[in-house]
Write a protein that binds this ligand. Structure first.
Ligand SMILES: Cc1cc2nc3c(=O)[nH]c(=O)nc-3n(C[C@H](O)[C@H](O)[C@H](O)COP(=O)(O)OP(=O)(O)OC[C@H]3O[C@@H](n4cnc5c(N)ncnc54)[C@H](O)[C@@H]3O)c2cc1C
Length: 391
């Protein structure tokens, strides 16, 4: 009941007002609420500010939603403290402005920095609120929403090779949106989604209150872990239960073209992948490549996996469960769990862990024009259909 009320309150309070100068009125409201008024000029970007455009574009990933016709915010607020967010929520309600919350900016449809409704809106960009605190003894982490998944992985890896957090592969993704929506990655089969491992959170609600798990109650705490970002309030920070991983994990990539039986292997994989031990995560990437044999273009399926264990443990297991793939020792590499994320993102072997801190990695789904959809098949796709898809 409570989460439902919150949604209603947020949407009612964000209805458009007929103010002629919403930005000025809003700024005046903020100036009364920000304790240090000089911080307004440093933390608030109006459309006249020379940095407005670069701040807006800084973490936007989908260029399809950064065109001249894309609606842009009246202002961008980059808070340093929770009180700045409380002030922004207050002034948005007072002046009938819609509020967008941005952590890493990776929303496929740009929901954190644009809108399809013709209403004036402001963006709270959490780029300054990205601290990560790890407690190795207790196996927990407090991470602010503005951190990236990569920053979280890096801070864990600096302190321990045997602790990890089950979250996404894309290291530039923001923790705020990721945990709000679920968070699916290499440890999913063994430890579930990132959101499944959240044990506490700090949230600012529509009444500007700062709530933790106890004060928000279990219903709202349940909703913010997977119910979708931007619906229930601004999540400031999350407490995560870290999970155990071996100091050494094994990764491999086996690539097969159509001429090397890729169709049959993909079809077979559907019957095997979900029955493998939960320590193995195996996915297939499909791409167009030049054939080694005749230089003609062909389709290649790359079976890429991470195994929570050593090469010697993995090889007999794969021989038993998926002999058709023909996995060889020389296909495999041992590394730390954090390095395996970089491997999956296809950084060169030996790339330093600091690579996880970079925010500008370019991939098919970042810093490009794209439309992305996910789907789940409930029954194996027949081999003939796989063959048609690969044509
Ligand atoms: C390159 C790329 C790689 C990806 N890799 C993976 C992956 O490996 N696994 C996976 O599961 N997903 C992956 N995703 C999807 C990604 O997890 C989601 O798009 C996620 O919502 C992005 O979070 P964000 O903070 O970066 O995005 P944002 O655009 O900042 O936010 C996304 C949504 O959450 C809301 N929100 C953001 N911060 C908060 C907050 N603090 N409080 C409340 N609401 C908030 C926003 O308003 C918006 O609605 C990937 C996406 C991209 C573009």
């Amino acid at each position: 009941m409570f989460p439902f009320l919150i949604v209603v309150l947020f949407s009612l309070s964000w209805k458009i007002s007929d103010s002629t100068q919403p930005a000025e009125e809003f700024l005046h409201c903020l100036s009364l609420r920000f304790h240090n008024s000089s911080s307004i000029s440093e933390l608030v970007y109006t459309q006249h500010n020379s940095s407005y455009s670069s701040v807006l574009k800084s973490s936007a990933q989908n260029f399809r939603l950064s065109t001249p016709s894309t609606p842009t915010p009246l202002l961008i607020i980059t808070p340093l403290h929770a009180s700045h967010i409380q002030a922004t929520v207050h002034c948005c309600k007072k002046h009938g402005l819609q509020l967008r919350i941005r952590s890493g900016g990776h929303d496929f449809e740009g929901l954190s920095y644009t809108t399809t409704y013709e209403v004036p809106f402001v963006v709270i960009d959490l780029l300054n609120l990205g601290s990560v605190r790890i407690n190795v003894e207790k196996g927990t982490a407090w991470v602010e929403s503005g951190a990236t998944v990569g920053e979280l992985y890096y801070e864990i890896a600096k302190r321990s090779r045997t602790l990890a957090v089950p979250a996404g592969i894309g290291h530039t993704v923001g923790v705020g949106g990721h945990l709000s929506g679920g968070g699916f990655g290499l440890l999913f089969r063994k430890y579930g989604l990132a959101a499944d491992n959240v044990i506490d959170a700090r949230l600012i609600d529509v009444k500007e209150r700062i709530l933790d798990r106890k004060s928000m109650g279990e219903d709202l705490f349940w909703a913010i872990r997977g119910g979708g970002g931007g619906s229930f309030g601004v999540v400031l920070a999350w407490k995560l239960k870290l999970v155990a991983v071996p100091a050494i994990v094994t990764v491999f990539t086996v690539s097969k073209t159509l001429e090397q039986n890729a169709t049959k292997l993909i079809h077979r994989w559907q019957y095997i992948a979900h029955k493998l031990p939960k320590e193995i995560h195996m996915s297939i990437g499909i791409s167009r490549v030049k054939s080694n044999e005749n230089e003609k273009m062909t389709i290649q399926a790359s079976f890429r996996a991470v195994f929570l264990g050593s090469i010697d443990e993995l090889l007999p297991l794969m021989e038993e469960k998926f002999p058709q793939l023909g996995l060889m020792k020389e296909d495999c590499l041992e590394m730390s769990w954090a390095e395996s994320d970089l491997y999956f993102e296809q950084f060169p072997i030996g790339a330093p862990l600091e690579t996880l801190l970079g925010r500008n990695h370019k991939s098919a789904l970042s810093k490009s024009f794209f439309k992305a959809k996910s789907d789940f098949v409930k029954q194996p796709i027949p081999e003939m259909v796989v063959a048609q898809v690969l044509q």
